[in-house]
Design a protein around this ligand. Structure first.
Ligand code: ADP
Ligand code: MG
Length: 408
């Protein structure tokens, strides 16, 4: 079961939401509803499932309904129609009391403008959530100190928000949200007000913290690069409608419609995509053996290259052509391990950008290894090149230049 579920959620702002709902159901668009009734279609028939442990990103232009969506999750906004479930429980059916406890224990929010209390020190800002929860002064202080340190602000415990840079203030905001122990973090454009370099550092920190803490993060941004960098999955909102939900690779490689395609057109794919998107299974694994046997095995498996494993682990990559040439040149004297090109190895989550130089240099496919050192796949320079060149194969919005799709 998904941790958070939105089912057919529609939100209409204005004087007669039910009347608006009927119009929208009858086919009125956001523009027409506004023009004819003055009411605003905030969200339209939104269905989403958010899994525990994800960084789920909601991306869209200003006014597309991102804040409206996230505010439904902790019920700052009630839907005009539809359901919001957390752990299978309908949030709309919570009593006032239960709702308070739910907001306090399950969810905490990080805002774009930090939302810190100006007259409280860093430490007391971070401790605030714990104070609300009724924890004792000593526990509060201890926990708050630990979180301040964790986000890299040790030494600033006694500072006031105005004495800190924007990036530091947002670290306080993050520490405060984390300190509450809530398992769901709602982040509404938390890094949008920060300079690019600081922003990038904050993104790194969020990824690192998430890997350690395994909370569920619902993260809002209008920035596609940020979405691609952070998102386990991304929902793209347009005029209150979800245009597509998918992993960064799915969004980039298979945009659902012209709108999404237009969005992803200019993305730096080498940076946004990971090796996972281009690797293929290793066809052939060999241990150190005679060249004849190695070649025979590669032919039997129809493999042009093989990963050579030694007892202590990955040894290198050989191509069938190279083994054959060595056999011709000096009989069977060279060993397979000697012939193997000891290439660098990469993990599946490495950005393609970082493998490009090695892929071009090695002359053989590069192995992708998991944390235990097992070879999971291979990346060829051809696959990398194809991926980076393919952007023109996507559907193009009407009115723009169209080029034929490459034969796959
Ligand atoms: N309280 C409100 N009353 C009327 N319209 C609203 C209200 N809140 C949001 N809207 C409208 O709903 C749409 C979505 O807004 P919002 O969720 O704030 O978008 P985003 O966060 O993506 O910029 C916009 O057209 C906005 O003007
Ligand atoms: Mg917003």
């Amino acid at each position: 079961m998904a941790l958070i579920e939105l089912r057919r959620v529609t939100k209409i702002f204005g004087r007669a939401p039910q009347e608006g709902l009927a119009r929208v159901r009858a086919g009125a668009t956001k523009e027409r509803l506004l023009a004819e009734t003055g009411m605003v279609l905030g969200l339209h028939d939104v269905n989403l499932s958010i899994e525990a442990g994800e960084i789920f990103v909601v991306m869209g232009l200003s006014g597309s309904g991102k804040s409206t969506l996230i505010r439904h999750l902790n019920r700052l906004i009630d839907p005009t129609d539809g359901e919001v479930l957390v752990d299978g429980e309908d949030v709309l059916k919570l009593s006032t009391r239960a709702l308070e406890a739910f907001r306090r224990r399950r969810m905490s929010m990080v805002f774009q403008r930090f939302g810190l209390m100006p007259h409280r020190t860093v430490l007391r800002n971070v401790a605030y959530g714990l104070e609300v929860r009724g924890e004792g002064a000593r526990e509060r202080e201890q926990a708050a100190r630990a979180w301040v340190e964790r986000v890299g602000l040790a030494g600033y415990e006694a500072s006031y928000p105005h004495q800190l840079s924007g990036g530091m203030q947002q670290r306080v905001g993050l520490a405060r949200a984390l300190a509450t122990g809530a398992d769901i973090l709602l982040m509404d454009e938390p890094f949008s007000a920060l300079d690019p370099l600081i922003r990038s550092q904050m993104q790194d920190q969020l990824i690192a913290l998430q890997a350690q803490l395994n909370r569920t993060v619902v993260f809002i941004t209008h920035d596609l690069d940020e979405a691609l960098r952070l998102g386990t999955r991304i929902a793209i909102l347009k005029d209150g409608v979800v245009a597509q939900v998918g992993t960064p690779a799915e969004i980039l490689l298979a945009p659902a419609d012209d709108y999404v395609a237009a969005f992803v057109r200019d993305v730096n794919r080498a940076r946004a995509l990971t090796v996972e998107a281009v690797m293929r299974p290793p066809l052939c694994r060999l241990t150190d053996e005679t060249l004849e046997r190695a070649l025979a095995e590669m032919r039997r498996q129809g493999a042009d290259e093989a990963v050579v494993m030694a007892p202590e682990g990955y040894r290198g990559v050989v191509t069938a052509a190279k083994v054959e040439a060595a056999l011709h040149a000096n009989g069977a004297r060279a060993s397979l391990a000697e012939l193997a090109v000891r290439t660098p190895t990469f993990t599946a989550n490495t950005p393609i950008e970082r493998v490009v130089p090695a892929a071009l240099q090695a002359g053989v496919p590069l192995p992708v290894v998991d944390a235990a050192g097992n070879v999971q796949g291979l990346v060829t320079p051809e696959a990398v090149g194809k991926m980076l060149a393919e952007r023109d194969g996507e559907p193009t919005p009407a009115g723009t230049e169209t080029r034929p799709r490459d034969a796959a």
